[in-house]
Design a protein around this ligand. Structure first.
Ligand SMILES: *Cc1c(COP(=O)(O)O)cnc(C)c1O
Length: 487
């Protein structure tokens, strides 16, 4: 189905604006400034409002329904974040203003650095990276710089568990590292035997997601860190799943050396189609000097009468600048608001409820969908979206059928180590009623798969568009839907 464009809705002579009568003499514009043909749609204001409101409703959103997209932490974005990030002093500053005129912004960033330090247990933070993947890139650059500073440049190997997100190997190779996969053991942890066998003097480090993308906390994390450190490597923590750990475990205390946060996941800033991300990086003491420049610091301490003066500092062995200006400042304001709004106890509750919600949901569907790693989960879990006794029904069909019931599909076909994976992350912001409804629908779809599989194969039935070629949609973007006649 194609939506009509404004040009197709146009009706000759219709207008959306009324200009007052001219009180100056009319003059023609110079002919060389005019295009011969510049068709404009003719519409009333109401036509335009209806058109764009209609288009906006074709999108699925968290504000519109349940969004259990595993690993993406699609929690509710509190509206107070939008209020604070739009405050004029935050929204209307220019990054080239003199620092004396943007002290409030710098104070917020300084305090956010401190809050993230306390939450994660890392003594150094950069707020610059634009997203999680960008944070990974920065982290691996820091690891490389650390080894180089010790004249140990032969360390080029990065170990990555086979459950990892695709950005881990992608960012490592972008930095020029050699990527070697490490298998998971039967409980979904890093296989310690394989890890030990892969450790040698070319080891730069390991990238570890904990809880991993199976939603499982690695029970041997301390041992994993010890083995890598003993071999002279560093441990990179992929912090995308921090929503399970707030106020409970600090990655820095586990001995992790460097980690990115996804502010847009854990700290509720809109993401995906909803806006830019933010991927600050935290580092242990021995890596603080390598952080990107600049870091927000107090450059003149305050007194009883005077606030401190905030400014920029360049770490002594910095890897350099990795983002223009200060990263996505609006996201920093939102995350800061979210963290202060919850406070330490509230953040701990966030994680406790995220884990409780996931385990509750799992308990309701585990007799219907096979759970390949049978353990108590953290904030998400992975089940199989097929049944050996049902011919030709796949995880994709289950996912598409969920859309008919107005649920966003879970992440599917990831992690790669689970056949027909459905990765479900409810987040802490969903009510028991929503979880019950979703579980009921999941059970119903399993019944439909047996009784009327065609219903699943042809789903979705009542969305604006049916099944798309998702690869073509991403590779062959059509961003201009209207081409003037004759071109
Ligand atoms: C989301 C995610 C990333 C990448 O983060 P972006 O902010 O999307 O770039 C990396 N690892 C894991 C496990 C993730 O879930």
């Amino acid at each position: 189905m194609t939506e009509p464009t404004l040009f197709e809705l146009s009706a000759a002579g219709r207008k959306g604006v009324n200009y007052p009568d001219s009180d100056v003499p009319l003059t023609n514009l110079p002919a060389n400034l005019l295009r011969k043909d510049l068709p404009m749609p003719e519409l009333s204001e109401l036509d335009v409002v209806r058109h764009f409101t209609h288009l906006s409703r074709l999108n699925y959103s968290i504000d519109g329904g349940f969004y259990p997209l595993g690993s993406c932490t699609m929690k509710y974005n509190p509206k107070i974040n939008e209020v604070t990030s739009r405050l004029s002093g935050f929204a209307n500053t220019h990054p080239l203003q003199p620092i004396e005129t943007v002290q409030g912004n710098l104070a917020l960033m300084y305090q956010l650095q401190d809050l993230l330090k306390e939450i994660s247990g890392f003594p150094g933070i950069t707020l610059q990276p634009a997203a999680g993947a960008h944070g990974e890139f920065v982290g691996v650059l820091i690891m490389r710089a650390y080894h180089a500073s010790r004249n140990d440049a032969k360390r080029v190997k990065i170990l990555i568990p086979d459950s990892a997100h695709g950005t881990n190997p992608a960012t490592s190779s972008m930095v020029g590292m050699e990527v070697a996969p490490i298998p998971s053991d039967a409980r979904g942890n890093v296989d310690l035997v394989a890890l030990k066998a892969a450790c040698d003097d070319t080891l730069a480090g390991l990238m570890l997601t904990n809880p991993n993308t199976l939603g499982l906390f690695d029970e041997n994390v301390l041992e994993v860190v010890r083995i890598v450190h003993e071999a002279g490597g560093l441990v990179y923590g992929d912090g995308a799943n921090l929503n399970a750990l707030l106020g409970i475990v600090r990655p820095g205390d586990l001995g992790i050396d460097v980690m990115h946060f996804n502010l847009h996941k854990t700290f509720s800033t809109p993401h995906g189609g909803g806006g830019p991300g933010s991927g600050p990086v935290g580092v242990a003491a021995h890596l603080v000097d390598f952080l990107p420049a600049p870091i927000i610091e107090i450059i003149e301490p305050g007194s009883e009468e005077m606030a401190p003066l905030y400014g920029f500092k360049t770490p002594s062995k910095t890897i350099g600048r990795i983002k223009s200006f200060q990263g996505h400042f609006g996201m920093l304001v939102r995350a800061y608001t979210y963290i202060l709004m919850h406070g330490p106890d509230g953040l701990r509750k966030v994680s406790e409820y995220a884990v409780l919600n996931a385990n509750y949901l799992l308990s309701k569907i585990r007799s219907t969908y096979h759970l390949p790693y049978d353990r108590v989960c953290m904030h998400e879990f992975v089940v199989e979206g097929f049944w050996p006794d049902v011919h030709d029904v796949h995880a994709l069909d289950v996912a598409k059928r969920l859309m008919d019931y107005n649920f966003h599909p879970p992440t599917n076909y990831f992690p790669l180590i689970v056949k027909e994976a459905l990765m479900i992350e409810p987040t802490e912001t969903e009510s028991k009623q929503t979880l019950d409804e979703f579980a009921d629908v999941m059970v119903k779809i399993a019944r439909e798969a047996r009784e009327d599989p065609q219903l699943l194969k042809e789903a979705p039935h009542n969305t604006p568009v049916g099944r798309l070629d998702e690869v073509k949609a991403a590779r062959d973007l059509v961003l201009c839907c209207w081409v003037p006649e004759g071109e």
